[in-house]
Design a binder for this molecule. Structure first.
Ligand SMILES: [Zn+2]
Length: 77
């Protein structure tokens, strides 16, 4: 399969580190299975991987919100 982004590389299975951003929060997920271009590094994530990433992001952001609240309360004391 040819890369739809640069039209020069070939898409092959690989692992990507994905950076997710939500407001001030940055989440890096290592080793995501993806189709990666051999030429420009453009990648496509399968739909089920995208959905899984969204789920992870939501869970981490929820947990992080709790942590921030906890830290704020601690800092106030
Ligand atoms: Zn490419």
């Amino acid at each position: 399969m040819e890369c739809s982004f640069c039209n020069q590389g070939v898409m092959g299975e690989g692992l990507k580190d994905i950076v997710l951003q939500n407001g001030n929060a940055v989440i890096v997920v290592h080793g995501i299975p993806a189709m990666v271009c051999s030429h420009c590094g453009h990648y496509d994530l399968p739909k089920e991987v995208q959905e899984e990433l969204e789920k992870i992001t939501r869970e981490i952001l929820q947990r992080d919100a709790h942590m921030k609240m906890f830290r704020m309360r601690k800092g106030e004391a």
